[in-house]
Design a protein around this ligand. Sequence first.
Ligand code: FAD
Length: 446
Amino acid sequence: MALANKDSKILIVGGGGTIGSSTALHLARRGYTDIRLLDVFQNPSANSAGNDNNKIAGDDSAGIWGQLGTEAWKMWRTDPVFKDHSHNVGRLDLTSKEIREGRLRARYEGIVAEGRGDGVEWLDTKEAIVAKAPHLEKADLTGWKGLFVKNGGWVAAREALNSVGHELRRLGVKSAFGTAGTFDSLIFDEGDGRTVRGVRASDGTEWLGDLVIMAAGAYSPALIDLEDQCESKAWVYAHIQLTPEEAVELKGIPTMYNHELGFYMEPQPGTGVIKFCNEFGGLTNLTRIKPFGSSTEQLISVPRYHALNPTDTIPTEYVLEIQRLIEHCLPHLKGRELQNMAMCWCTDTKDMNWLMCQHPKFDRLVLATGDSGQTFKMFPVVGKQVADLIEGKLPEERKHLWQWRPQADDNGTGRGGERPKDLSEVEGWRHDPVVGEEPTSVLGAE
Ligand code: FAD
């Protein structure tokens, strides 16, 4: 059954971010006439995990995620809103650990079995890897194996978010930002406590609507009680400024991902900035908080967004890991100054599948979250799934995968590894200004 019609008033909380703005794009393209984005920041939201120079993307999976990845990469390459922001340089997905190799091999075989084998290659020698990525010639690649994905590479994330923002304004999508766009609570039919009628913003503004979509990314579990289905975590990045000559040398390299060390992409065209990320299980920021709909306080990981804490950098141990990645793969850049170090927040479900469903306790509330740190590559298509859910067209298999599932565990598809560390357990990232010299809040600046 459809949850809305083309004239319904639709409110999208987190509409300046990845899933929210993609949802607005698909609804607007389908002819929905009354959509309003609510967010702390104007699109591209400074709090969005997608507000970043670049992200890995490509047609690199099997099964449902393979179908979505194929469709997404096609849109990245052909849709006028996205196509100028994708770079088909290919991508490496490599490892030197047996367990990960098994997962990658299964993925490769799954893709081949689906008849898409011409898009991937299995690399199991140093020569095979260097043939794809000559810049790794001097690197120690002992034991490295994995996938080369032809239809993929990277996408200019912030530019793509911005492009969608422009398109939404052109299509007449409305918005509210700053404190008037910041979610505080749900409004219900009088005395009912169940039928959602809108959103109350943190400045008290009441936005009435027929359907509310909650796509607040890493903040979602702190805003609405998700019964422990999502845990928000930070990952980190650092930049190096290359000289024009160094940038030319690395231009067009395939996106390099190694599961133990981390990843990087070719330098950003125009600026010569190259971004590095180490790979780890994420960092929590456990805080006592009472999300809307919960009767008690819970210990929940709440994002500490960089835009609101601009003096934060990253924990020392991850600085060292990023330096290790650079030294291993690009030794000529060893010792170079790391700049713009920042944490960026995502929210993991236990099985790494989205949480995309109607809320079981609140009618007219749709959840569109649980990005699990891998949703930017799906930017062109994630909102299509939400639009299909709203129109009652989402295939059963997908509905099942993304349903409300507080009892579910990791199902073999989870992130695995050790429990994430908490920000309180790591050092080197906090550089709060001395009291009396605090920067003025950027909230309300919109
Ligand atoms: P976001 O894009 O973060 O959007 C959430 C929005 O909610 C924000 O705009 C925020 O301002 C808003 N919000 C928060 N609180 C409120 C409130 N109270 N009221 C209103 N609005 C609110 N993915 C890939 O596919 N490939 C990659 O290579 C990749 N690399 C990554 C590297 C790093 C370092 C990180 C951190 C993430 C990476 N990701 C990558 C993951 C990807 O960025 C995320 O999965 C995706 O951007 C999350 O989308 P989202 O819409 O759920 O959240």
